[in-house]
Each structure stands twice: as C-alpha cells, then as structure tokens.
Design a protein around this ligand. Structure first.
Ligand SMILES: NC(=O)C1=CN([C@@H]2O[C@H](COP(=O)(O)OP(=O)(O)OC[C@H]3O[C@@H](n4cnc5c(N)ncnc54)[C@H](OP(=O)(O)O)[C@@H]3O)[C@@H](O)[C@H]2O)C=CC1
Ligand SMILES: O=C(O)CCC(=O)C(=O)O
Length: 479
C-alpha cells in the first residue's frame, strides 16, 4: 500500500482505496492509504512544527531543493506521464507534457525563491525610510482536483515552498498516484520532515480538516464551484486566506474572416483534447453566419477522424472519461441537449470497450448545432467532450454571447482581423484570452485564473503567485 507522508515518515492507514485505470477498469494502478481526520490533524501539526525553521532557510537552500525536484521530474517525465495516463486517462503525449510542465514549474519557482524581494521607498516624512517585504504565511493547505494530477499540485506546492511556507496536500481521491510520486520525490530530495505532508483521503473529512484547522493559514483550492463555495465559507468563518480556481464555460468566437483550418484546429483541441476535462476547455463555439456552415462541416469531418481509445495506445487522440460518475454526467447532458431541441450532429455515444476489448469509460466526442444561449448545455459546465455551436449575425453579437455566462476563465477568438482581435482582448470578460489558439493548454510561467464564478483571490502561477503565498509587511525606520 502507498502510505501518507506525515512529518517526514510514511504512515499507514486503516483504510485504502484502489486506484483504477479508466482505459481498462480491470487494471488496478495501486492501493493508496486513506487518511482519517486524526491523521489529517497530525499532518497539520507536523507542518506547523516545521514552519518556523523552513521560513528561515536561505533562498539558496530553497532554490537547490526545488531545482533538484524539477530535475528529477523532468528526467522521469516518461514514467510519470505513463502513470498519469494510466490513472486519469489523458493520452500519453498529453500526460508526458503535463509531467514535463510540473518539472518546469518547480524550476521556475526555484528561481522565484532567489528573486523574492520587496521595495525600499522614501517616506513622506523627513528622515524616515520605508521597506516593503514579503514573509511566508506559515502552513498552507492545498486541495487539488483529478483532471491535472501532477501539474496542479506542482503549481501550488512549488510557490508555497519557494516563499517559505510548509504544506499539507490533499489530492483528489481519483488520482492519488501522481500525488504520491510527487511526495516521494520531494521526500527523497531532502525536504526537512514536516515541510511537505501528503494526506490522501476523502475531501469531506480530510479536506474539511484543512478548512477548519486554525493552524492552516491559507487554503488554495481547485475543483468544482459547489466545493469552492464550501471552502470560501469555511475560510471566511475563521478569516483564513483562500484562493479558488473553479469551473468554466469558455467561449470560442469564430468570425467570417477566420482561417478555417486554424479555427477548426483550435476548436477541436480546446473542446475535445484531454477528453474535454479541462476548466479551460471551449464548450461554446460562437460562429458568425458567413462561415457557420463551412465551419460546422469541417468540424464534423475532423471529429470523425479522432481516435477514441486506450489513453496509453499510440495514435489515440481522445482517452476515456475519468470515471463512471463523470461519464454518467456527460451522457445526461447529451440527453438534456437533445430534449432542449439542439441537433446532435455527431458523436455522443458511450463505448463500453476499447479496440483491444478492454472495458473502460469511452465517449465519442459530441457536437451539438442549432443551439440557443439559454439551453443548459450552453450555461452549465459539463466537463466532458461535449461542445455546442451557436450561430450569430456578427462580431458584436458574438462578443455579447461570449460574455453571457456566469463564468469567466478563458475566451478565444479565431479571426484575421487585427481590429476585432484587439477589441476582443480588451472586452472579453475572462482572465485569459487566446487569439487563433486553443483556450486550453497554457504557459507555466504567466498568471493563470479567471473572473466571475471561475476564480476567487489572487492569481496562480508566474511571479503573481507571490501575492497568495506571502504576507506583505511595511516597516518604517527613523534614521
Ligand atoms: N476547474 C477545474 O480545474 C476542475 C473543475 N471540476 C468540476 O467539478 C466537478 C466535480 O468534480 P470533483 O472532482 O467532484 O470536484 P470537487 O470540487 O468535488 O473536488 C475537488 C477537490 O476538493 C475535495 N473536496 C471535496 N469536498 C470537500 C470538502 N467538503 N472539503 C474540502 N475538500 C473537499 C475533493 O476531494 P475528493 O478526492 O474526495 O473528491 C478534491 O480533492 C466536475 O465535473 C467539474 O465540473 C473538477 C475538477 C477540476
Ligand atoms: O489548460 C490548461 O493548460 C490548464 C487547465 C487547468 O488547469 C484545468 O483544467 O484545471
């Protein structure tokens, strides 16, 4: 059994969960310990005890550690990518890419540990100096989802440690494998006991401890809106700092003047790759009437060529859905779309077996056309390979529809018009805007996050991550 890491020791649990491969549900990836509430409390205590000494380490010590962790991840990206593909169902190239991204994130934040600084200003009063510095928060609780099993833990752990905090990570129950591998790498590379702790287990008990324990100074969460609201309420009740990264219903606008091939490639990538299980996926394609029919025909033709199969098989474009619950949710929305009067142009069939006859959670990518803005398939996050097309008259109507959503994570536009691209970049109500590119698949060294119901709190990633993981102090000195 893979154990939890608490205070520098691998700790057994009375319960374990079986990590299953969604490409072949007969394949058990491994047995993983499930912490209980008591063990979660012990992890918080260990992180709390380790915090003062870790906060006093030099930037060089933190650089060396994070850099070594990044190097090991990069050296083992093929093996870690295979584990990721096996437990989550991302295709092997995508999974290896995600593992590499995790490695680069550790290297980026190794550099940020060295660059972390402040400001020195003259006071408005004579003879007084003002210094603005950043200090660690203390213990940080990290709660992560299943859809990016190594990159999301990495982009929370690396800045937390770089800026001198200690960590308790609770990964999603569905994907403990990558989190455990990451814990093993951090542990073997010499992180002092208690600086990083892993507690695998249920969100409703282990996760709840991180929300309620007063020793946890801040919580960074990625997942659903419903759980995010719970995180916010619990943290607000005890005035802890929190950061939420939640869903999306991201639009991609396709204008008459778009390069058809560029638009189709971006839409297929955004909507269906990673089986549509990305908060940055484009699930609403808003298409002006002059290109609509050509675009829809080209999409149908491109979708028909996508291979849905075992995530680790060469040539697979779309792996399985992560589990039976998510598959049931996808199928339910396909039924809702049909009942709402949308045309299911292609796809939407569940496939019980892959090309080798193994049982898994496969779904043919679905494209709805003739949809309207008020349909539930255009308002609610489905989190699967299900995309709708909305026909509009012109750019102005497209922009209005793009912004007509409770979410605001990413927004894309396919156009050859500099004027419309510039206008869209300024007026799309989203945290990230892409021109002639997929909305999903972002860089690791720049801010990530959105507006409205998609995000709350300071941005993640890039140098902006310091905002969440540090406390600013202003010191005045009379010379
Ligand atoms: N924006 C994004 O990146 C993501 C969005 N989603 C959206 O969320 C939907 C549901 O996915 P799901 O994985 O269930 O998302 P959840 O929000 O339920 O899970 C995210 C994380 O929160 C934990 N958690 C659950 N309940 C609590 C709690 N009471 N206190 C503390 N932590 C808790 C989960 O633990 P546990 O392991 O027990 O689930 C998991 O680690 C998806 O269909 C999708 O719409 C999902 C994943 C990522
Ligand atoms: O699109 C990406 O690169 C990141 C997406 C993401 O973080 C998510 O879906 O949770």
């Amino acid at each position: 059994m893979h154990k939890n890491l608490i205070g520098g020791a691998w700790v057994d649990a009375t319960r374990a969960s079986r990590n299953l491969n969604p490409s072949d549900t007969r394949d058990v990836v491994g047995e993983y310990a499930q912490a209980d509430v008591e063990q979660a409390g012990e992890a918080v205590a260990a992180a709390h005890a380790a915090a003062p000494a870790w906060a006093l380490t030099t930037p060089q010590q933190r650089f060396d550690l994070l850099d070594a962790v990044g190097s090991e991840i990069l050296a083992r990206k093929a093996e870690l990518g295979d584990l990721l593909a096996r437990e989550e169902g991302k295709t092997l190239p995508e999974a290896i890419g995600e593992a590499a991204r995790a490695g680069y994130i550790f290297k980026f934040f190794a550099g940020e540990a060295l660059r972390s600084g402040g400001d020195s200003l003259a006071s408005v009063r004579p003879g007084v100096g003002v210094e603005v510095t950043r200090e660690p928060l203390g213990v940080v609780g990290l709660i992560t989802p299943w859809n990016f099993p190594i990159a999301i833990p990495a982009w929370k752990i690396a800045p937390a440690l770089a800026f001198g905090n200690t960590v308790v990570l609770k990964p999603a129950e569905l994907v403990p494998g990558c989190a455990w591998a990451l814990a093993d790498i951090l542990h073997r590379n010499g992180l002092p006991p208690g600086v990083f702790n892993l507690v695998m287990g249920r969100g409703t008990d282990v996760g709840q401890v991180l929300l309620d324990d007063r020793r946890v100074q801040a919580v960074s969460f990625t997942g659903s809106v419903a759980t995010g609201q719970r995180v916010a309420a619990a943290c607000a009740a005890r005035l802890a700092k929190f950061q939420l990264e939640m869903g999306g219903k991201n639009p991609m606008v396709v204008l008459d003047d778009a390069d058809l091939d560029v638009a189709v490639t971006a839409a297929v990538h955004s909507g269906y790759f990673s089986t549509g299980q990305r908060c940055t996926a484009s699930s609403r394609l808003i298409v002006t009437e002059g290109i609509h029919d050509r675009f829809v025909a080209a999409m149908a033709e491109r979708i028909a060529r996508l291979t849905v199969d075992d995530a680790r098989k060469a040539g697979t474009d779309i792996g399985p859905v992560v589990d039976d619950r998510q598959l049931a949710q996808d199928l339910e929305y396909i039924e809702i779309g049909r009942r709402e009067g949308a045309t299911l142009l292609t796809g939407g069939q569940a496939l019980e077996r892959n090309s080798a006859g193994a049982p898994g959670y496969y779904l043919r990518p679905a494209l709805f056309t003739e949809t309207t803005p008020q349909m539930r398939i255009n308002r609610e996050e489905i989190f699967g390979p299900v995309v709708s097309v909305l026909r509009v008259k012109d750019y102005e109507e497209a922009l209005a529809l793009a912004n007509d959503t409770p979410f605001g994570l990413a927004a894309g536009i396919a156009t050859t018009s500099l004027k419309h691209a510039a206008h869209f970049k300024r007026h799309a109500q989203a945290g990230m805007v892409m021109v002639n590119l997929p909305t999903a698949g972002v860089d690791y060294h720049v801010p990530f996050g959105g507006r409205k119901a998609s995000s709350h709190g300071p941005r993640e990633q890039g140098r902006y991550a310091a905002e969440f993981y540090t406390a600013v102090k202003t010191a005045y000195t009379q010379a």
